[in-house]
Design a protein around this ligand. Structure first.
Ligand code: GKR
Ligand code: MG
Length: 423
């Protein structure tokens, strides 16, 4: 039996330009950080993965990488055990890549994720099959995504306006949605809320409903509301939302809201690891779990989550953060091979400058809001070494080492306070 033993792992932090997207903890900084993980085997095959680029996470990736040398890339179970062991003495904190919005996810799973993806990329190349086949086979040839709308400023303070311009009221959000639907063809829309008074965000959703009568709509304030506010918003949007995402903090709060609102509740904040699932089911906190292979331990463990949601008759959708093409490829393979993925997946893709990526252009594209599942062996994307070097230089030059939406906001508006729930 031929093995493919890991001989080298290279972790490269990169930065790509980001826009001033507002959320309930602040605003996106001028650059988003990611880490690109390359695994090399003794058979000369290379695989790639992508994850958060925050400094403490990079340190944990390095720790994990050292423990994986000599492991066969077909032994992802062994890789996981090695990573758990390598992180046992780790005392670093933070660096979850989410600016404080999600902190309870499992650290070993978050660290395992890019290695799992890179190992599957290699496995696919070795056997000559796409990653979707290794996950049980694609049940759909294209994966639908939702248009992810953000309140935003016209440009970063001190810089020229960006191409998207400002969106700080219902008219601005509708205009943004129109552009997204025209450019990408999305047939579902999600608004990142928790930024303005809840009533204003209800107005924005109602304006979207009027402008896009056939598009499923979602609203996600990242737990910015108390239980009574969440109930008020949920009832005001009866019949309008496909689901309401993380209106309020915690399993108990979500359960209380869920009893009083008519639409399903979804989460990527109160169920973020396998440990959270049983208490959430027992409390009746959510209807839909938003999976995310970046913190659920990679593609295989995300499939385990899909089995759990099926068992408990929960819905399954997919969360995103600012990301590059390797992550998009991984998301598409996973989604294609997950029969019970019931909703269009989230993606931050439109917010990225199309010219900035670490993969050779052309492998992934949006048509009618969907991405065709790559059919080449592995992930079906190729690392562009010049682009990787450029984005790494950008990382070194930009000076950012952690995602800090709140700190950036406070530099711009010194009286800005982090409050949860805010309304
Ligand atoms: O990019 O500001 C953002 C989002 O708020 C992101 O960080 C969240 O993790 O998209 C995410 C969500 O659905 O909560
Ligand atoms: Mg969310």
């Amino acid at each position: 039996m031929e093995q493919h033993l890991i001989t080298d792992i290279v972790i490269t932090p990169v930065a790509f330009r980001d826009l001033p997207l507002l959320n309930t903890v602040g605003v996106h900084e001028t650059y988003a950080l990611r880490a690109i993980v390359e695994i090399v085997t003794d058979s000369g095959v290379t695989g790639v993965g992508e994850t958060y680029g925050d400094a403490p996470h990079l340190a944990r990736l390095q720790l994990a990488a050292r423990s994986l040398i000599g492991v066969d890339v077909f032994s992802i179970g062994v890789m996981r055990l090695r990573i758990i062991e390598a992180l046992r003495g780790d005392t670093t904190v933070g660096g979850h890549g989410m600016s404080g919005m999600v902190t309870g996810s499992s650290t070993p799973d978050r660290v395992l994720s890019p290695f799992d993806v890179a190992a599957l990329d290699i496995q696919g190349k070795v056997v000559g099959r796409p990653v979707s086949d290794l996950l049980g086979g694609a049940v759909r040839s294209e994966v639908a995504f939702s248009g992810y709308l953000f309140y935003k400023w016209a440009g970063h303070p001190g810089q020229a306006d960006d191409a998207w311009g400002a969106a700080i009221d219902p008219a601005g959000i509708v205009a943004q949605a129109q552009r997204m639907v025209t450019d990408f063809g999305f047939s579902a829309l999600k608004l990142k809320g928790g930024v303005f008074e809840p009533e204003e965000e209800v107005e924005a959703i109602l304006a979207l409903r009027k402008a896009f009568p056939g598009h499923p709509l979602r609203l996600d304030p990242n737990a910015a509301w108390t239980v009574p506010t969440s109930v008020r918003v949920g009832q005001a949007l009866d019949g309008v939302l496909e689901y309401l995402e993380d209106p309020t903090p915690g399993l108990a709060g979500m359960a209380a809201v869920r009893r009083e609102v008519p639409m399903p509740l979804a989460t990527n904040m109160c169920v973020v690891s396998f440990d959270d699932v049983a208490p959430a089911v027992a409390a009746g906190s959510v209807d839909v779990i938003l999976s995310d292979h970046h913190f659920w331990g990679g593609l295989r463990r995300s499939q385990a989550l899909a089995g759990i949601t099926e068992t408990f008759d929960l819905g399954l959708s997919m969360h995103s953060n600012s990301h590059l093409g390797i992550s998009l490829a991984a998301m598409v393979h996973l989604a294609s091979a997950t029969p019970n993925l019931d909703y269009a997946c989230d993606t931050h893709w439109p917010w990225k400058d199309a010219a900035e990526d670490v993969i050779v252009p052309g492998a992934l594209g949006f048509e009618n809001g969907s991405v065709r599942v790559p059919t080449l062996p592995g992930l079906g994307v190729e690392l562009d070494r010049d682009a990787l070097a450029r984005l790494h230089e950008q990382y070194l030059a930009c000076g950012l080492r952690n995602r800090d939406d709140t700190g950036y906001m406070q530099r711009i508006q010194p009286d800005y306070e982090l409050v949860s729930p805010r309304w």
